[in-house]
Design a protein around this ligand. Structure first.
Ligand code: SF4
Length: 277
């Protein structure tokens, strides 16, 4: 897919944590738009995408010169109370342009210096491993959550053809864990997967979170329905996987391999969690 890039110089950066992210004081998006262009991305239905009038995935705003801005906003926010940050709610902080632009890295450098109480990093990109040195400075004030919706590469290609392969994400989880960075696999949204999925995950991670369109798209599944995603299941003859009860298929399989304390459901898997909160 062709992606157009635009440089932006924002005046503000940290947003208030609301809705699904109300457990956080702030959310942080180094970019607007996302070149991974996942078919089911709920941001497609949000004002940032709707008002743009360009297809989601074909444009990315690069937020330039934001390190100083974050430094100031972080200082101000910390005077008011605990600062817990979710990065990112409406973009992937490690989408391909980050290789070159290093915006996310510049923000992490600021947060390593003046640390928030907690930082949750949500991505589906192995590029996240580039910043292990900075995550280690944050110690238990950080968790990297890697989206792994399925273990089936054919399913991944059907729903998210522009996203990194599953094997590369698993390898990234292993590198992070070996380095001592707290991690989790986010099976979010649940996509059709094999019986062996939990055993595969167990080799790479000791914490998993399960979420689906109905619990996690912020509208009880309406946003996803408007995207026409359910027809993509029909094309595969896998309609049973787009039902509100489908997450139980994976959840019950996980329970055979992971302990109850290692399995999180929907929002609870994305809450701030560290020894110091
Ligand atoms: S990576 Fe996340 S933000 Fe980007 S398109 Fe996929 S679901 Fe949306």
């Amino acid at each position: 897919m062709n992606v157009e890039f635009f440089y932006k110089y924002p005046k503000t950066l940290l947003n208030k944590g609301t809705g699904f992210l109300s457990g956080y004081s702030h959310s942080l998006n180094p970019y607007a738009g996302c070149a991974f262009a996942c078919s089911y991305c709920y941001v497609r239905q949000m004002p940032i995408s709707v008002f743009r009038k360009k297809e989601w995935g074909t444009w990315v705003d690069i937020k330039k010169e934001v390190a100083d801005l974050l430094r100031k906003e972080l200082e101000r926010a910390k005077k008011k109370g605990k600062v817990t940050i979710f990065m990112s709610s409406s973009t992937d902080p490690y989408q391909p342009i980050e290789y070159k632009e290093k915006i996310t890295r510049s923000l992490l450098e600021v947060m390593a210096e003046n640390q928030p109480d907690f930082l949750f990093v949500q991505t589906r990109s192995p590029l996240v491993c580039r910043d292990i040195d900075l995550f280690l400075l944050l110690k238990d004030r950080v968790r990297v959550s890697m989206t792994i919706e399925t273990d089936r590469e054919d399913i991944r290609k059907h729903f998210t053809p522009y996203a990194p392969p599953i094997s590369a994400r698993l390898k990234a989880l292993q590198l992070l864990a070996n380095a001592g960075v707290p991690t989790q696999a986010a099976i979010a949204p649940v996509l059709p997967s094999s019986e062996e999925f939990p055993e595969t995950l167990k080799k790479f991670v000791d914490r998993v979170c399960v979420d689906d369109y109905f619990m996690g798209d912020g509208s009880g599944g309406k946003r996803t329905k408007n995207l026409g995603i359910f027809s993509m299941y029909k094309e595969l003859g896998l309609e049973k996987w787009c039902d509100p009860s489908a997450y139980r298929i994976v959840y019950d399989r996980l329970k055979k391999v992971f302990s109850d304390e290692q399995i999180y459901l929907s929002q609870e898997g994305f809450l701030p969690s560290s020894g110091i909160l």
